[in-house]
Design a protein. Structure first.
Length: 438
């Protein structure tokens, strides 16, 4: 994600892991105990500008938890590039942490391994009740109709970040509300010698997040109602082509961005090299790179026409991080207490302020800090115009297969090769063939 971005590196291995756990591999199917009541291990995802920053944010809170409960928490901050593979290995070996962060888009896939503690009504009651959490965040906690596999911890949404000075120099008075307006503004910006819009063309998860939104805006879905891949329908093809065409046809994304995968587009924006950035909860990241809050504005992601909302006006996926407990923990009571602590109103304010994210806990979200310009647009997007990525067991393979297809299409665009409806459909057909059989 980066400041927060759920990377799907290594997710292609998930089908093998699911097969192993279905056959009883590891000890993940066993129940938890309270054999080690005074300690917990916690894998936190890398939310800040660096692992060192995360430790500075989290350690005082873990010390606070220890003072309150007598339970010492051993913290490990895991880079996003390693996190999913580390989790998958733990599901088969049974040698994982007690509590861990997961990207919310992985919830259903990891739920299918059977390794995570289900959050049924009894478990939710131990942390104050399910009703404390906003519905949009709960929608990305596992397969619909089943008890959630995790609890929301941080919520995020995409927004359009724009450089005020570059806009003013180009004679643009307001941020674009539609994609046509963005392309037109991009031409004015390029005429002044600046890049218009950044992208991470080689980042699989970034690709998925954006083409998911474009699909929604085209009235399409990547999966049928019963969870089967449907990557080659005409509307999906049109949606993917529309996103890649921002480079291939409209030329507002620089061809060099086809190789970006490590937040280079965020750095370009922070350094004033480009005018616009589509990113989730970027304020802390931009500040860490020296960009002042008053140098940029934040607006909703453009739509095809009109204003953001539901249906074809969706302009963000429901981004975020969930907190999960391994079912075979040796401190089940302590893990539950830790989840309660991390999702308490006070801790939600502390942690989400530190990471420029939005609390998924209703009471904490009402704090004035989350109505500031840096977060007000994100909060409104989550409430009114964001949709959850497909909560299906094969979601992680979807991120890898389709994300790679889009990466390859950007590479074609960068090399000057034509990106046509036929070439997009062929790339998506290849991706669909890589999905596991139903």
């Amino acid at each position: 994600m980066r400041s927060i971005r759920a990377a799907a590196t290594g997710a292609v291995t998930l089908s093998l892991v699911l097969a192993a756990t279905a056959c009883g591999g590891g000890s993940s199917s066993g129940g938890g105990s309270n054999d080690s009541p005074k300690t917990l291990t916690y894998w936190a995802s890398n939310q800040g500008a660096s692992i060192a920053v995360d430790k500075q944010v989290l350690q005082p809170e873990l010390d606070k938890f220890q003072k309150q409960t007598g339970i010492k928490v051993k913290l490990e901050v895991v880079p996003w590039s390693d996190l999913l593979n580390r989790i998958l290995t733990a599901t088969t070996s049974g040698q994982g942490p007690d509590v861990l962060n997961i990207g919310n888009t992985w919830s259903a896939s990891l739920q299918a391994t059977g390794a995570l503690l289900p959050w049924d009504a009894k478990n939710f009651a131990k942390i104050g009740g399910k009703e404390r959490f906003v519905d949009s965040a709960l929608g990305s906690t596992g397969t619909p109709g089943k008890d959630p596999a995790a609890v929301p911890l941080y919520s995020m949404a995409y927004a359009l970040y724009y450089n005020k000075k570059i806009f003013a120099d180009a004679g643009i008075s307001k941020p674009p509300a539609t994609w046509d307006e963005l392309v037109a503004d991009g031409k004015k910006i390029q005429a002044k010698g600046k890049s218009a819009l950044g992208a991470e063309g080689s980042n699989l998860s970034e690709n998925i997040h954006h083409v998911f939104v474009f699909a929604k805006q085209h009235g399409a879905d990547f999966f049928t109602a019963d969870g089967k891949p449907d990557f080659t329908s005409p509307k999906v093809v049109d949606a993917v082509k529309s996103y890649v065409d921002l480079m291939a046809k409209d030329k507002v994304i620089p061809t060099g961005d086809a190789e970006y995968a490590q937040n280079q587009s965020v750095s370009d924006f922070a350094k004033g090299k480009q005018a616009m950035l589509l990113w989730q909860s970027a304020a802390a990241n931009l500040k860490s790179q020296g960009m002042s809050d008053d140098a940029y504005g934040i607006a909703p992601v453009p739509v095809v026409s009109g204003t953001p909302g539901t249906g074809t006006q969706v302009d963000s996926m429901v981004a975020g991080i969930n907190l999960a407990v391994f079912k075979n923990t040796h401190n089940l009571d302590g893990a539950t207490k830790f989840v309660k602590f991390m999702t308490s109103d006070d801790e939600q304010k502390v942690l989400n302020k530190a990471y420029s994210s939005i609390p998924p806990v209703k009471a904490a979200q009402q704090d004035a800090a989350f109505s500031a310009p840096a977060t007000a647009v994100l909060k409104n997007t989550l409430a009114t115009s964001a949709a959850a990525l497909p909560q299906v067991a094969s979601e992680s393979q979807f991120e890898t297969a389709v994300g790679t297809a889009v990466k390859n299409l950007f590479a074609d665009a960068a090399a000057g090769r034509a990106v046509t409806a036929d070439s997009v459909k062929a790339a998506l057909q290849k991706a669909q063939q890589q999905m596991p059989a139903a």
